[in-house]
Design a protein around this ligand. Structure first.
Ligand SMILES: Cc1cc2nc3c(=O)[nH]c(=O)nc-3n(C[C@H](O)[C@H](O)[C@H](O)COP(=O)(O)O)c2cc1C
Length: 196
């Protein structure tokens, strides 16, 4: 069964991200075609990137990097729950993404964002980053408005139509996540690491 990590992209005290991730998780766990787990960056205590070698070389010197790598490697697909900070994703999520390379490769990703304009600018930046990491990002995304999907910008009250969009987004994510798992398994059986 496909394993999906729902990554909370904010560590700020009083963050909205945790409620958004739990809402997605609650909707997702009704499905029987995948398993879903919330991944909270707060639990991993990553400093600013402190590995001497580029992550693409695959040599992680630090225990915190290896713990993060083991967690990310355990999933076939991801839902990034991202705030919009200054028209991009959060620094803490970008840093956590930058720590790793192979663990992300040839997996699938979807996005749930929130902000005054639904967080869409954060997701546009994340889509560029996904390309560099060989991550296939699905089209359907959830953009929650701080003005209409939250009370007082703080209490999540998502409009009903978002639930259908989550279903459509997860359908896309699981299809691509499953296809890429097959690809990775085929490559592994052949002893190769990619298309070359
Ligand atoms: C540093 C910072 C920058 C922000 N910049 C934007 C922005 O450019 N666009 C936007 O729509 N909201 C912006 N916001 C509002 C956030 O989207 C909103 O506070 C959201 O709840 C943050 O996510 P979090 O609560 O999970 O940390 C910003 C908030 C912070 C803290």
């Amino acid at each position: 069964m496909i394993k999906v990590g729902i990554i909370i992209g904010s560590t700020r005290p009083g963050r909205n991200g945790e409620a958004v991730a739990r809402w997605v998780h609650d909707l997702a766990t009704g499905r029987d075609d995948a398993s879903f787990e919330i991944v909270d960056l707060k639990d991993f205590h990553l400093p600013h990137l402190d590995e001497a070698l580029p992550p693409a070389m695959g040599h992680y010197a630090n225990a915190h990097t290896r713990a993060w790598a083991d967690k990310i490697a355990s999933f076939d697909a991801y839902v990034f729950v991202t705030p919009e900070y200054n028209h991009s994703t959060s620094g803490v999520l970008k840093n956590a993404i930058d720590f790793l390379y192979a663990e992300w490769n040839n997996k699938a990703a979807a996005f749930v964002s929130y902000g005054s304009a639904g967080g869409v600018r954060a997701v546009e930046h994340l889509r560029l980053i996904m390309g560099e990491l060989h991550v296939a990002d699905v089209r359907t995304q959830i953009a929650l408005s701080l003005a209409t999907d939250f009370e007082n910008f703080q209490v999540l009250t998502p409009a009903a139509h978002h639930a259908d969009a989550v279903t459509a987004m997860l359908d896309e994510l699981l299809a691509w996540g499953g296809a890429l798992k097959t690809l990775r398994d085929t490559w592994q059986a052949k002893g190769t690491s990619g298309a070359a």
